[in-house]
Write a protein that binds this ligand. Structure first.
Ligand SMILES: Cc1ncc(COP(=O)(O)O)c(C=O)c1O
Length: 379
């Protein structure tokens, strides 16, 4: 029972409103050993449980302790951090990498440190919350363009009065799994002297040569006006994030990015896990192809467009029905994500299926049947 006060009255009213719209969220604890097919998580390649990755993390705890003990600029940089930065840069064809505590922090860093006064920020309407928040915190002017609309980006850049411009986009969008038109965006940026910031969260490890990402797939990795961010928490099965960029950008972030300077460094165990996950991926580049094949098969079975990476979104417009369908799937042994407002830009809820490289063909078929039946009965 909470005391009556303006704050608690308001909280009660907004909670009722959310419940009426089917937007209440629930924390469901995951057991250590899963008895369901987990297609809700982003462990696309199954690396979070790969024995050598687990061993690397455990060894790092023994060597370095459980935490980074300080910000990267104080005591939070270990030899492991430097090693990960070198390996990430080599893997993705970037000149340098800078590791952050999360992908969210990496996105906030780039967009705020490069998008201050005198900058126009052009942001896709389907971008991840971390890019949106970065644009809100940066002091530049923000224009949100319709999803994947290159001509709207062009118009915004052509009309700008600011000396600098950043065009900000997910590589693979997190709700529907579609890809950004990167080659066209890079051309438009070159025409108007703008910088392209690409969030490769859902592309690293899944898209491009051996999983090097969409920027590498489009051969833009040596373009000095394309800056990438990645997360280590999805295909690499670890935790953390990074910016991939030229040395001058990295130096600017080290000196000015608030989420680099004022945040504790990434824990050594996560750094070690990410290094080993990258090594596994280099040794087994077919993992990226396998997860894409499974995602394609899921999309075909569910009459969805060909996915760009591992994500297949299935629209169930009403958030209440989306939750019913998700629960039916869970009861039948298939755990899926359920994205509802505000996580969906168009207010249309989706079931979100994340393919995994470890699925068998029979499991893919079972997921298709289960999702089809659950969506049909929920409707
Ligand atoms: C597109 C995108 N960018 C960034 C992030 C944030 O990454 P992290 O979870 O490492 O903070 C996510 C994670 O949900 C994401 O989907």
């Amino acid at each position: 029972m909470t005391a009556e006060s303006p704050l608690h009255d308001w909280l009660a009213q907004t909670a009722i409103a959310r419940a009426q719209q089917g937007l209440t969220r629930e924390l469901v604890a995951r057991p250590p050993v899963d008895d369901v097919l987990d297609l809700a998580g982003n462990d696309y390649l199954g690396l979070s449980r790969e024995p050598t990755v687990v061993e690397a993390a455990v060894d790092a705890v023994r060597t370095w302790g459980t935490g980074a003990t300080g910000s990267r600029l104080v005591t939070g940089t270990t030899q492991l951090h430097a090693e990960l930065e070198q390996e990430l840069a080599a893997f993705t064809g970037a000149s340098e990498a800078l590791v952050f505590a999360t992908g969210y922090a990496a996105n906030l860093a780039v967009v705020t440190a490069l998008g201050g006064e005198g900058t126009l920020l052009v942001s896709d309407a389907g971008n991840h919350a971390s890019l949106i928040d970065g644009a809100r915190l940066a002091r530049g002017r923000v224009v949100v363009t319709p999803h994947r609309d290159v001509s709207a980006v062009c118009d915004a850049l052509a009309a700008r009065t600011e000396p600098r411009a950043l065009v900000v986009t997910d590589a693979v969008f997190s709700v529907d799994g579609d890809a950004a038109p990167l080659a066209d965006l890079a051309d438009v940026c070159a025409t108007y002297g703008a910088t392209l910031v690409v969030d490769e969260a859902h592309a690293l490890g899944v898209v491009g040569p051996g999983g090097a990402g969409l920027v590498a797939a489009e051969r833009l990795e040596r373009n000095v006006d394309v800056i990438r961010t990645v997360t280590l928490s999805k295909a690499l099965g670890a935790q953390g994030g990074a910016v991939l960029a030229t040395p001058d950008v990295v130096a600017h972030l080290v000196d000015t990015a608030r989420t680099f300077i004022f945040d504790t460094g990434l824990a050594p165990s996560s750094v070690a896990a990410a290094i080993q996950a990258l090594r596994v991926l280099r040794a087994r580049p077919e993992l990226a192809e396998t997860v894409r094949e499974h995602a394609s098969a899921l999309a075909r079975g569910l009459d969805r467009p060909e996915p760009a990476a591992a994500i297949v979104g299935v629209p169930v417009a009403d958030p209440r029905l989306a939750v019913v369908a998700m629960r039916r799937c869970a009861a039948l042994g298939v755990r899926l994500g359920c994205f509802r407002p505000p996580s969906v830009p168009d207010r249309c809820s989706r079931l979100r299926i994340a393919a995994r490289a470890t699925l068998t063909a029979a499991q893919v078929q079972y997921v298709v049947q289960t999702v089809r039946a659950a969506v049909a009965t929920a409707a």
